[in-house]
Write a protein that binds this ligand. Sequence first.
Ligand code: GLA
Length: 481
Amino acid sequence: MYKLTWAVVLLTLYYTTTIRTTLARSTRYIVPGATWRDTDGEILSAHAGGVVQSNGTWYWFGQNERANITDTFSGINVYSSDDLTNWRYEGQALSPLNGTAIAPDLVVERPKVVYNEPADTWLWFHSDNSSYGLLKQGFATSPNVTGPYTFQGAITPLGGTSQDFGLFKDVDGVAYAMYSNGDAADAHDDLIVRLDANFTGPEELVYTFFDWDLEAPVMLRTEGRYYIVMSHKTGYRYNNVEVYSAETIGGPWSSGSYIAPAGTRTFNSQSTIFFTIKGSERTSYIYGGDLWNSEDLWDSRYIWLPAFPNDTTGGLTIEWHDLYTIDVTSGEFGYPEGTRYEAEHGVVSGDAAVVVQPNASGFKLATGLGNGSVSITGITGTGNPQWVSLHYHNHDALWGDNRGGNNITLARYATLSVNGLVHTEKLRQPSGSTGFVLTQTVNVTFERGGGNEIRLEGWNGTLAADLDAIVVYGDIYEDEN
Ligand code: GLA
């Protein structure tokens, strides 16, 4: 009798765990700027990340940032994925250690990993104190790609200073570190440095972008060229990421260009990662950037977009899509269409008004969303979670690519209601430029059928961005019916 009960308990346990795992919902789209969740449903925290591929699986490493944590360093997380869309949390690759350069009150940023076949992975990062006065590089090792990694030390590379950090492993197995040598007047250079054969330290300076004064370097290699993208040094304020390219890593390197339309400041992102997808139909590239939120660092988002290096022009551009799919087998992107509802067809109240905007869809948008609101009705929903993109116009131009100006307003906020209930109290709408429509995408579950309403107004009486339109896309998860 007892035996039977235990068998039942064990079987039930087995089934609940297996069923839970198999029922973990698979998400269809990459959605730049939305809140991303891992396969357990937790907010995905891997900022200023790096990637390494092993046995067909991608491993994404990034800074852990969580609400209510005051430590400057709370760990490096690692996630794994076979499709670049669904990410499984593999735990902390590197955790803080008191009394070392990775103590919780110090800075460990921009983790980048190289895989040193067959047994060692090396994790390199920017190692500093909270006033960015040490300017070092740190490194840690593990025999397993997911760690845990063992901290090995922090160095001043080739006797110099190092700020921000990037790592690139070439097809011949040689690895290169990329970093700026600092903010001081005599240190405005960006360097490419070859690591030794075992990736245990820097060995040779390969190229100096003299006085370029850029940071956040990431490298991509196509058949014909090397591409390095770097941002300006404006802290967490978005700026125009630039690209340079060359036939050999030692140069000569091209003149620079922006990777995105200048008014978008790289669609409000800072460069950190490139994915190369070698498919059967084509090789595709994804640019990964951080959409920082300096007030709530944990709520920083990811801007991943299709990237198009061009070996003929030597330039590289990224292309905005509210959401998209990537088929890692064929290498093809897919761009699903949504249903668009124009704000000018909605009902405005209070101080809100519909005005002409030449770059808005339908050439009109709803403005004055402070003590006023716009309500759009007749929206068709599936009854399941769907992605809804709010196309907004926030013309609070930020400072340009120059340093400074960190205390200026980086975003407006709106209150978003769905069918009369508050959906997001404080929806963040990062600043743009006059005439540029940007997108914020949210997860909404409507009633099934055509009777849904979305209402947007200023958060807490403050002025929200103007609303151009909303676009309702298909179901977020694959297993819905
Ligand atoms: C820039 C750097 C980040 C971080 C922040 C801190 O964005 O690229 O790695 O150091 O500044 O302000």
